[in-house]
Design a protein around this ligand. Structure first.
Ligand code: VTB
Length: 335
């Protein structure tokens, strides 16, 4: 893509974050998600791209907006066609409870370059740039920790593994403990934690475990931009999910094979943007400054150049034309 879309893309995640942030702590996951979707969709419509949502809010019959297959953007025939993966509110439980690390995320790649991941689980292992090329999803936990420790020039005891706090991860947690590494459990949101492995200041070196497959593809775009690494395997849990894979033209071999970063996102010509909604390890949450102003904190990345930008913005909620309507619908004064 000739154009650097990242700075345009960040407006999309900012809008989702601003629209949904007032739901923090309200215990209303659906309302918050709808607000994020409304904000994102509204801003997409002013973006000059020819996009198709390949990872979105669900199939057409389950999602009226940002559904898989929906065309977004106002680009004309001259624009290149792009595939879009969205998660307007990654971590609905986090925002509902006011917990850290809820983010709005978007990833873009040329048409055909993002894995069309079915909505099921995926086994994942992700690391930042220094440990690129040393992970192996089929190796043992200890072997991976030894390899990552060596690549980072640390001892295993100094490695921190981030794992979603779920019973399905009991075995991994046990193995990490036996190997002697540190663990940071998180309740939800493995896109944010996968990205965190790419930034030293977050204090996490490796993500391991089973989370959502769509989230895996989105995280892969960020890791590709960051120069990090990821391996994954689809993890169907029922005959229905296996059938779903077949419907999506994923053969039994595809389901059992290791998906490398290149299988998840097959082009360097990709973009990623995320905006913090609740305060997080990498991104600050939306801050209300009073006087109809709110501040957002985002990260935007471009695969081709590897540039990573942090964008802090102050928004005039009374003036932001595209958002005014959405904020009024979902705003703090709604009755
Ligand atoms: C995963 C993870 C997400 O929800 O999909 C998780 O990828 C669902 O896991 O980031 P459970 O079924 O165990 O709740 C998130 O954490 C948030 O959407």
């Amino acid at each position: 893509m000739d154009r650097n879309l990242s700075l345009e893309l960040v407006r999309v995640t900012e809008a989702a974050a601003l629209a949904s942030a007032s739901y923090m702590g309200r215990g209303d996951k659906e309302g918050a998600d709808q607000a994020a979707v409304d904000g994102m969709r509204k801003t997409f419509s002013s973006l000059s791209i020819r996009g198709t949502v390949v990872i979105g809010e669900g199939e057409l019959d389950e999602a009226p907006m940002l559904y898989i297959g929906e065309k977004v953007g106002c680009g004309d025939d001259e624009e290149v066609e792009v595939d879009i993966a969205v998660d307007p509110l990654e971590g609905t439980t986090l925002i509902a409870k006011g917990l850290p690390n809820a983010i709005a995320v978007v990833a873009i790649a040329p048409k055909g370059c993002l894995l069309h991941a079915p909505d099921m689980y995926m086994k994942k292992i992700a690391v930042g740039p220094k440990a690129k090329g040393v992970i192996d999803i089929n190796a043992s936990v200890r072997e991976n920790l030894e390899a990552v420790a060596k690549a980072l020039d640390k001892s295993i005891e100094d490695i921190t593994v981030t794992i979603q706090d779920r019973p399905r991860h009991e075995e991994i947690i046990k193995e990490v403990r036996e190997a002697g590494a540190r663990i940071k459990l998180f309740t939800d949101g493995d896109v944010a934690t996968a990205i965190a492995t790419g930034f030293d200041e977050t204090g996490v070196d490796i993500l391991m475990g089973i989370g959502g497959a769509p989230e895996g593809v989105i995280a892969a775009v960020a890791l590709r931009c960051l120069g990090g690494d990821m391996q994954a395997m689809l993890y169907p849990m029922s005959p229905e999910e296996e059938e779903r894979c077949r419907e999506m033209n994923l053969s039994k071999e595809d389901v059992n094979k290791v998906l490398f970063l290149d299988d998840l996102v097959s082009s360097d010509d990709c973009f990623f943007a995320a905006t913090g909604i609740t305060q997080g390890d990498l991104l600050k949450g939306v801050l209300y400054l009073g006087n109809d102003r709110a501040q957002t904190h985002s990260v935007v990345m471009r695969g081709e150049t590897g540039t990573i930008r942090f964008v802090e913005a102050v928004h005039r909620l009374d003036k932001t034309a595209t958002l005014k309507e959405v904020i009024a619908k979902h705003g703090r004064n709604r009755s």
